[in-house]
Design a protein. Structure first.
Length: 203
């Protein structure tokens, strides 16, 4: 069974014109528009911490860092997204004021409502970008960072970081303590209710 549209789909040009007049932010995917909801304190703090670290790191280099309000265009998927962080080193992106399309690194801070999409369909769309080298997913309620890195064969390899680790973005020659990314974030206390060691098998 298919659903019938009650009104015509937006084109990418319609979306861009409409988004410029809209008081809120919306993402666009293949003719459909999706409103974005507000972020939590932890989400904003994590994004701001990493932006500050990356901005200082790329200063003086041909790379630029954008946070939250810069659109990313993925032509092959007819899509526009607002990544939490976007790093581009492409000269063509520097001259594009409304959106970027050749990112080197993309970062999403996960939430309960977006985690499935960020890990699944959105990552599948992001992988269509030839310029993308690393895709980073950051948990906001525990100290956990996952970096999916494209290797020389074009395969995506996962590297996970936790407490005490240094998070690395090899495409930018960047490294930072994970604690710096989570600075000033009030993480839930670890208790026996939300974490425990695997039980020993006594069979």
């Amino acid at each position: 069974m298919s659903l019938t549209r009650t009104k015509p789909a937006f084109t990418a040009e319609d979306y861009l014109a409409w988004e410029e007049r809209s008081p809120g932010k919306h993402e666009y995917l293949a003719g459909e528009i999706f409103a974005m909801v507000g972020a939590t304190d932890a989400h904003v703090t994590i994004t701001g911490n990493l932006f500050t670290l990356l901005r200082a790191h790329v200063r003086g280099r041909p790379c630029r860092v954008y946070m939250a309000d810069m659109k990313l265009r993925v032509d092959t998927a007819d899509a526009f997204f607002y990544p939490d962080l976007l790093v581009t080193c492409a000269p063509e992106d520097h001259s594009s004021s409304r959106f970027k399309s050749q990112p080197t690194v993309l970062v999403e801070v996960l939430s309960a409502t977006t985690a499935g999409f960020d890990r699944g369909q959105k990552f599948a769309i992001y992988r269509q970008l030839p310029s993308l080298r690393e895709y980073v997913l950051i948990e906001q309620d525990r100290m956990s960072v996952e970096c999916f890195r494209r290797d020389e064969q074009g395969r995506w390899v996962l590297q996970a970081y936790g407490l005490g680790d240094r998070v690395e973005l090899s495409s930018l020659d960047f490294s930072a303590a994970i604690e710096a990314i989570y600075e000033d974030v009030a993480l839930p206390a670890i208790t026996s209710d939300n974490w425990r060691l695997p039980e020993e098998n006594t069979d």
